[in-house]
Write a protein that binds this ligand. Structure first.
Ligand code: GLA
Ligand code: ZN
Length: 674
């Protein structure tokens, strides 16, 4: 594959961040200093205007763009490009005062008052109109500016709106989805239960807090509708930009596995995926390397949405954030580690929120490259500048991608369905956590792992793990069967294939929709364990694995038993099975097993598939980016101790050190070999 360079103008990786000059227009000295210091920090990009509407248009129809042009000019003259946001993330007071229907209605049906941000109604026509006016004005003023690199749509889309307009759209959406046939909806939502049948689509209310919350299909469809509606809103902004500035790429910033929107649907409208990463570094619940592993998973989710090109780390905190429960400073060295972890996992940018701390309001103490002291003589600034220098050394990495043979399936619909499902334990369902642990266990075997949707193509993969794939949407079961039949290694777990896309249970045995033939098992019972309960799986090859939280009782049709339960009324019955299906293998793991046992199974699958593993110390990550004729291997010491990795050969691009055999890494150290 050819390199896919997102921004040829930059001549390498991007180093940038959110910049809010509108907060400092009365301080020309500071604005001047900003540019000097950005250069000192090795920045080549700034994200402007994320919340600048009231400065662009302080009163309806009165526009001020001179300051923006001036800043963009000066940045550009100094080699700093602009990512320009559309300002719809927050509204000026005059707008809400005059057009209150722009403000959201909450889940009790109460209209919000003016304030805060990220809270416009997605369907109010007047809001769309006002946004269209300001975007068109922006394009008139700076749409052809040579420094304009990219559009950043609004900011961190999220939330729901229960206003009459949105409710009417929801009803239309449902009518279309169910072919205007209310009986079809009643059937698929099982509304006869508790006498909840509808006679007409106009009777359907969204899941108000003080209203209907017992219909799983309704709850799920409301989530899907909210994604549809947000996407529809986003498309209304994108349409203007595509028409008037077709050559400028478009992104919006995502937030990890944000539960309110299925990002994969929105991703289709964007040219580049970008996201905001704020791990809780050094927390007291998990190891430091676990925090980084979760961050790696999040990067992989983002990367895999457009896996043939790099993604962007749009925001990260240079020092601390101000919204975690405890806002601990990143320890010396962690900034570089986290920044280069993003690059290792396929990002071509390292960007920050924020360039300079404001003097007031709710983010005054949020980390920034420049704090209130205002000079480059700070630890945080020095660490940022060091990242700037490192990114220059890694210029050639730009445009390379990760080619994984291994994928974990993470499905937004399944996340929503499992959250709402009653019958497991609310505190231990942990679908996202289970997917993250799966990813980490595979990563620790030294392979790169994509995180994909069940609708994505399986063609590039030899090994697929689908933890807790509770919902099987149409065709997914058949596609999984073909994957295995053609030689794939597939592993599924407890609570696979219980429901269809409306959350109606499959009849005739779980895993449903034909998967019981693929795995050769039927899951007869799901046992939920109390936190203090445990069981054990004894594998035929001598290994033992600990069971927590969930254990299914299986009936075997035609699968080989790899391990059996040790205790309880199902002692001696199968817990882990394997079935040869066509040219591949289908593994079923009926219980929540410990990491070591899962890794043991994954290693078997990787061996079957001829995917090379690497022996790595716990907490050392290894990722590889490549193009036709280049290959970069990143080693990241995500622990607080010195670590050694064997069988490493090459020259570290960051330090010039030649490694011939054993690589010794200081805590947090990153090494990149070409
Ligand atoms: C988000 C937002 C930013 C800022 C940061 C603070 O990512 O996009 O505007 O509020 O959080 O962490
Ligand atoms: Zn609304």
């Amino acid at each position: 594959m050819e390199k896919k360079i997102l921004f040829p103008q930059l001549g390498g990786l991007m180093h940038g961040g959110d910049y809010n000059p509108e907060q400092w227009l009365d301080r020309p000295d500071i604005l001047k200093e900003d540019i000097r210091l950005m250069k000192e920090a090795g920045m080549n990009c700034a994200t402007l205007g994320v919340f600048a509407w009231s400065t662009y248009e302080p009163r309806e129809g009165e526009f001020h763009f001179e300051w923006l042009k001036d800043i963009m000019d000066r940045l550009y003259e100094n080699g700093i490009y602009t990512i320009l946001a559309t300002p719809s993330g927050a509204r000026p007071a005059w707008l809400d005062e005059k057009y209150p229907e722009s403000m959201r209605v909450d889940s009790y049906g109460v209209r919000a008052h003016h304030g805060v941000r990220h809270n416009h109604c997605m369907s109010a026509p007047i809001y769309r109109e006002k946004v269209s006016v300001i975007i068109n004005k922006m394009i008139d003023e700076v749409g052809s500016h040579p420094g304009l690199l990219m559009w950043h749509i609004s900011n961190e889309f999220g939330g729901e709106c229960f206003c009459p307009h949105c409710v009417a759209r929801f009803q239309n959406y449902l009518a279309e989805k169910f072919d205007h046939d209310i009986d079809k909806l009643n059937h698929d939502w099982w509304t006869v239960f508790w006498s909840h049948n509808y006679n007409d689509f106009s009777q359907i209310e969204p899941p108000y807090n003080n209203g209907e919350s017992s219909i799983m299909g309704l709850n799920l469809e409301w989530k899907r509708f909210t994604t549809w509606s947000m996407n529809d809103y986003m498309k209304s902004e994108i349409a203007i930009l595509r028409e008037r500035t077709p050559e400028i790429p478009i992104t919006t910033n995502f937030m990890k596995l944000y539960d309110g929107l299925d990002y994969r649907i929105m991703a289709k409208e964007l040219d580049v995926i970008s996201w905001d990463s704020y791990p809780r570094f050094h927390n007291d619940e998990e190891s430091f390397s676990d925090t980084l592993a979760e961050n790696a998973f999040d990067h992989a989710v983002m990367r895999s949405m457009k896996k043939n090109q790099p993604f962007m780390l749009m925001e990260s905190a240079p020092g601390l954030v101000n919204w975690h429960g405890y806002n601990k400073m990143k320890r010396p060295g962690v900034h570089k580690l986290a920044s280069l972890q993003a690059v290792a996992l396929g990002s071509d940018t390292v960007q920050y929120f924020q360039w300079r701390k404001g003097r007031g309001s709710s983010e005054q103490y949020h980390g920034a490259v420049l704090d209130h002291l205002g000079t480059s003589n700070t630890r945080v600034f020095r660490e940022v500048a060091e990242v700037g220098r490192d990114l220059k050394k890694l210029s050639d990495v730009c445009g390379t991608i990760i080619k994984s043979k291994v994928a974990v399936i993470f499905d937004w619909d399944t996340m929503w369905a499992i959250e709402d499902m009653r019958g497991m334990a609310q505190e231990t369902k942990n679908y996202p956590k289970t997917c993250i642990a799966t990813y980490r266990n595979l990563m620790e075997l030294g392979v790169d792992v994509d995180v994909i949707a069940c609708e994505d193509s399986f063609a590039d993969y030899k090994v697929i793990v689908a933890p807790m794939l509770y919902m099987l949407k149409p065709q997914i079961a058949d596609r999984l069967k073909s994957f295995v039949n053609d030689g794939g290694q597939l592993l599924a777990t407890y609570v696979t294939g219980y429901v269809d896309e409306n959350q109606l249970n499959f009849l005739g045995g779980f895993p449903g929709d034909g998967l019981k033939d693929l795995f050769g098992v039927i899951s007869e019972e799901l046992d939920t364990l109390y936190p203090a309960d445990c069981n054990q799986v004894n594998f035929v090859d001598g290994l033992t694995g600990q069971v927590h939280d969930y254990a299914e009782v299986l009936r075997i049709a035609d699968a080989e038993t790899l391990g059996t339960y040790q205790d309880d009324y199902y002692a001696g019955t199968p817990a882990v099975t394997k079935k040869v299906y066509g040219k591949g293998n289908a593994y079923y793991v009926a219980a929540r097993l410990d990491d070591a046992a899962m890794k043991h199974l994954f290693a078997q699958m990787l061996t079957n598939a001829d995917v090379a593993m690497r022996r790595l110390p716990k907490g050392v990550e290894c990722h590889t980016r490549q193009s036709d004729n280049q290959c970069y291997t990143f080693y990241l010491n995500c622990t607080q101790e010195t670590q050694t990795v064997e069988d490493v050969h090459g020259t570290d691009l960051l330090t010039g050190t030649v490694i011939n055999g054993v690589l010794t890494m200081d805590k947090y150290q990153v090494v990149v070999l070409a």
